[in-house]
Design a protein around this ligand. Structure first.
Ligand SMILES: O=C(O)CCC(=O)C(=O)O
Length: 348
């Protein structure tokens, strides 16, 4: 086992196992009833499948999702080209304390360094966020994507992928709304000025894959995540039924979906956001591309009125998504030695 900087070493209880369980049974959902004009029974079956997957797993894969394989191949290729560039080149689009979008190589999760490099960009350019996490500070700022002039295919592929993947995001949002017994478009309005973000993840081979993680255990703070992983594999999810870490086996052309914290709050805990992490390996590099589908910064996140009553009262106080996100970005960037803001802090 090679030497690695101690900043990357996970505590004993969080280290990955060699022999992860493969999740053959993570739900695999065929979205073709949405694309082909299907009858009401097919659609109702699909809605029930989505509801069961959200409730029992918080994670599932989709096929026949309508995102073209050309756009996926293009972004995967462009991502490989970008990360293969010399560091000085990549650093020309570095993210910093002011702009959280761009290239970054020292991401930490729960204060342990992740074995990866990332490139982040937003779906709406510019995207508006509050400047400060302080509740009384009303100042807003527009954030712009950063692109390398000598790699125009990266920008082109990223923008094309953003167009396509957000359409899948809205389809899933509508299916989730229906599965909660709500109007199909009940949640759409929150995404009018969406703050969604796409991340290109690059996990280089690691000499000590048993001690480190590509991304440490975490839950996603937004509404919904749609992930493209390559054929190397490494994503592990904490199975809801028994708390075991299980490996999500790559399925060609599928997208992996997970419920984020906002859907957990909207659904008043009916659907839960599940912890996940990514392993690395000593031989192969791995790439993945999550789309974090997030609402407008001014969204007040609270359990949906239709889902609470006297018998099932709200389990969370409301919070402002933009302030929540800004607090997270600040502590991530500054590596503040404090627990990141979590929805559990708003639990009643
Ligand atoms: O690479 C993966 O499989 C997981 C990525 C992830 O969870 C993240 O980027 O937040």
């Amino acid at each position: 086992m090679g030497e690695v900087d101690p900043a990357f070493i996970q505590a004993l209880e969080h280290r990955p196992k060699n022999d992860s369980i493969e999740a053959e049974n993570i739900p695999l959902i065929d979205l073709s009833p949405l694309i082909n004009a299907s009858n009401a029974d097919d659609l109702a079956r699909l809605v029930a499948e989505i509801g069961n997957a959200c409730e029992n797993w918080g994670f599932f894969q989709v096929i026949n999702h309508g995102v073209s394989s050309e756009s996926r191949e293009k972004i995967e290729l462009a991502s490989k080209k970008f990360f293969a560039l010399p560091k000085e080149e990549k650093k020309k689009v570095s993210r910093d304390e002011v702009n959280p979008f761009g290239y970054y190589e020292t991401e930490h999760t729960k204060n342990v360094r992740d074995w990866k490099e990332v490139f982040d960009y937003t779906v709406q350019n510019p995207t508006v966020f509050p400047v400060s996490h302080e509740p009384d500070d009303k100042e807003l700022k527009e954030f712009f994507n950063q692109w390398l002039h000598n790699l125009p295919e990266l920008r082109e592929a990223c923008e094309e992928h953003a167009e396509e993947i957000q359409k899948l995001g809205f389809k899933l949002l509508e299916l989730i709304a229906l599965s909660l017994g709500l109007r199909k478009d009940r949640l759409n309005g929150y995404f009018k000025d969406q703050t969604s973000r796409i991340r290109l993840n690059y996990y280089p081979p690691c000499p000590a894959p048993n001690l480190t993680l590509g991304v440490g255990r975490h839950k996603d703070g937004g509404a919904l995540t749609i992930l493209a992983q390559d054929d190397v594999g490494g994503l592990e999810v904490k199975r809801k039924s028994d708390g075991e870490w299980i490996l999500v086996k790559p399925t060609p052309d599928a997208y992996i979906i997970n419920v984020g914290d906002i859907i957990q709050v909207w659904s008043n805990d009916k659907y839960e956001s599940i912890e996940h992490r990514a392993k690395v390996n000593s031989e192969k590099e791995r790439f993945s591309i999550p789309f974090f589908f997030n609402p407008a910064h001014y969204t007040w996140v609270e359990p949906l009125k239709e889902l609470i009553n006297e018998q099932t009262p709200a389990k969370y106080k409301g919070y402002n998504w933009g302030k929540f996100r800004t607090a997270r970005t600040r502590s991530n960037f500054k590596k503040l030695d404090v627990v990141n803001l979590q929805i559990s802090h708003f639990r009643i």
